[in-house]
Design a protein around this ligand. Sequence first.
Ligand code: CU
Length: 172
Amino acid sequence: MNTRTTRTLAVALSLTAVLGISACSSDDKDAAGGSGAGAASADSAGRPELTVSGGYMPEPVNDKMAGAFMVIKNGSKTADKLTGVTSPLSDDLQIHETKDQKMQQVQSMDVPAKGELKLERGGNHVMFMGLKSTPKVGDKVTVELRFEKSGPVTVELDVKERTYQAPNSNDH
Ligand code: CU
């Protein structure tokens, strides 16, 4: 069910991108790549520039689930969206937001232009549902982030103690 939903979503998104390009530009050679920046393409052509820092996973208690946190910075004038995450450690990764101390799955999360998406304890995060093994402190976990406009970004998460706090976290 997940795969089919994702595929349908991807088709819908690329259709939107193609329509966006033909509506605002006569340059269609990039249409298939879905790099159309919509209204923003007038002043900055090209894809959003995303950098990911501080990626970590608190050591999971068992192989049932794990959370992952990081900061995704967007240095460009083009907004993007985090649309999915994959990892060799799990076949089911979800994007979760936390509302009223309850987490819930969302289909995508905004990475604002000239801004950042913070995934941090008590807030937005990546959730591994079911682990193929249980990583320990000092291990690395590879994830691939997928975006609406940017190409995929591979990130190595450091597995940290369960009490670990990111250096510039707001969470106390
Ligand atoms: Cu969660």
